[in-house]
Design a protein around this ligand. Sequence first.
Ligand code: MTE
Length: 341
Amino acid sequence: MNETAITRCKQFREIVQQGLGNGASAAMFLAKRDDRKGKSMARRWINDLSIADATPYAAYINRRQIMAGAAGLIGATALGLGRANAQALVPNSWEEITSYNNYYEFGTGKEDPANNAGSLTTSPWTVEVDGLVDNPGTYDLAELIDGLEVEERVYRFRCVEAWSMVIPWNGIELADILTRVGVQEGANYVAFETVMRPDEMPGLHYPVLDWPYREGLRLDEAMHPLTIMATGIYGRPIPNQNGAPIRLVVPWKYGFKSIKSISRITLTRDEPFASWNRANPREYGFYSNVNPEVDHPRWSQATERRVGAGLFAGRQPTLMFNGYEAEVASLYEGMDLAAYY
Ligand code: MTE
């Protein structure tokens, strides 16, 4: 390795160590990741953020984050990871992201969550962690995520209803939280539950789903560096209608997998209950990976409408795994994606 490459690797290691924030060596960090179950990638995700992402909310993106993103790219190149992830994704506006929502606990209309979710008390907030974990318990949210790195991730977001946005999330890798609570041998899946408070969530009075809203991931999907628990958008605390105070974001899956306002995380041996899958298994699979080649029984998934693109903008092609194929396709090697939709 030449001198420049060594310097770049050092820079990368420093970035990783800063991310750990506990003085542990990068080698330990990478080894720990490799030890984890499944095929997680032994590196942190390289931020998509670039100067081209400037928006009216650019003020919230400080110089440090932009510099960290740029340094990360240098490190990634040195490690031969390429620049496949460095795209100029232009995020939707704050107004679009926070006024056009799906959160059925607050009503089934797209504007209902923005109008009704103000009633949800999000502080204090506890998350029950149970099942196959070393440290089960009811955690105060602040305690659960204390000291873990919050990163900005500009991700494509594709709803199964065939609309899409680009959202600049702030969040923590789910893998960091799971590592903190200690995943036990025998755990194959992670189950999530949304808080159920009929007094604060008017939609719960209607049997739209078998409440509480529940979702699940295979453990290797949960440990993947792209999978985050979001606590913010545009550097602001995540609004109630988007899933305050903490929600899952799995960018290569249809949006309904990204469960909001999480109050319980359970490590399980068997595939857990997932609300939409259970409500209509023919229309909504457990995996629900974005796939333009596998249509919903009632509509095509080949294209999507970008929210905010304007009346005359055409539909855009939907990308395999929502554009994250290079990062996640290996998780599904050998699987028939038409059967496991
Ligand atoms: N989580 C809960 N608890 N309840 C919901 O109704 N809707 C899902 C998902 N998470 C939903 C949920 C669906 S269908 C989508 S598309 C996304 O949230 C929408 O996220 P957004 O409103 O932040 O865009």
